[in-house]
Design a protein around this ligand. Structure first.
Ligand code: DC
Length: 215
């Protein structure tokens, strides 16, 4: 019996940081599934291929392994942009399903952060959380993070990128970003990281701690 917690939400919502901390606090393993799509994009870019090329992207997805998931190597904006393009290909998503399911099924269970974990990858997850915040708040957080790293980007540009990434993630035909009907939505627009984590932990305590998933 393993616990599977799905944490979905839009770009820069804080879901990955929160999901990671939720996993650590509850002794579960953690997977940031965005890294899988980023690894596919990185491989294509390194080979001089286009993220829009569905066949090349599917081939890259089939060869992704745990060794390709180093967050530091996958952080660049152009890799994130490429990831949201490769993520529209059905064959890419299909190729990455087994990795995600195998990861989560190993005991004691896991927290997975992504866009379609509760809706497609684990429709029977123990607990589904949908973490969101307004586009302006998400852009502001991302802007401040980039500035801290020495980037001179303008806020308006970051907001434009957040809005465009949302549109692509929500409007794609296969596994679009959406809250599963049975997901608990947590809006962090007015919450700092500790208050947001407390909201996730409260949902976990109420719905998952005593309800291991049957496998
Ligand atoms: O969370 P992130 O920024 O690392 O994700 C990069 C892209 O990958 C994002 O634009 C959409 C895609 N993605 C996805 O389609 N499904 C997931 N489960 C995770 C990420």
């Amino acid at each position: 019996m393993t616990i599977v917690v799905a944490v979905d939400g839009p770009a820069a919502s804080g879901k990955t940081t929160l999901a990671k901390r939720l996993a650590a606090a509850n002794g579960l393993r953690f997977l940031d599934t965005g890294l899988l799509y980023r690894a596919v994009a990185r491989r294509l870019l390194a080979q001089g291929q286009e993220p829009m090329d569905a066949a090349a992207a599917a081939a890259a997805a089939r060869s992704v392994t745990a060794d390709d998931l180093d967050p530091a190597a996958l952080k660049a904006e152009r890799i994130g942009e490429g990831a949201s393009v490769v993520a529209v290909h059905g064959d890419v998503r299909q190729a990455l399903l087994a990795f995600q399911r195998d990861f989560a099924h190993a005991p004691p269970g896991a927290v997975l952060a992504g866009r379609d974990i509760g809706s497609v990858v684990f429709p029977d997850a123990t607990l589904k959380l949908f973490v969101t915040a307004s586009a302006e708040v998400r852009a502001k957080r991302r802007f401040e993070e980039l500035r801290r790293e020495g980037d001179t980007v303008m806020y308006e540009r970051v907001l434009q990128d957040v809005v465009e990434r949302d549109r692509r993630d929500r409007e794609r035909a296969v596994a679009p970003l959406t809250a599963a009907p049975d997901a608990i939505c947590i809006d962090t627009s007015a919450l700092d990281i500790d208050a947001s984590l407390a909201a996730l932990q409260e949902a976990f305590d109420e719905h998952a701690a005593r309800k291991p998933r049957k496998t």
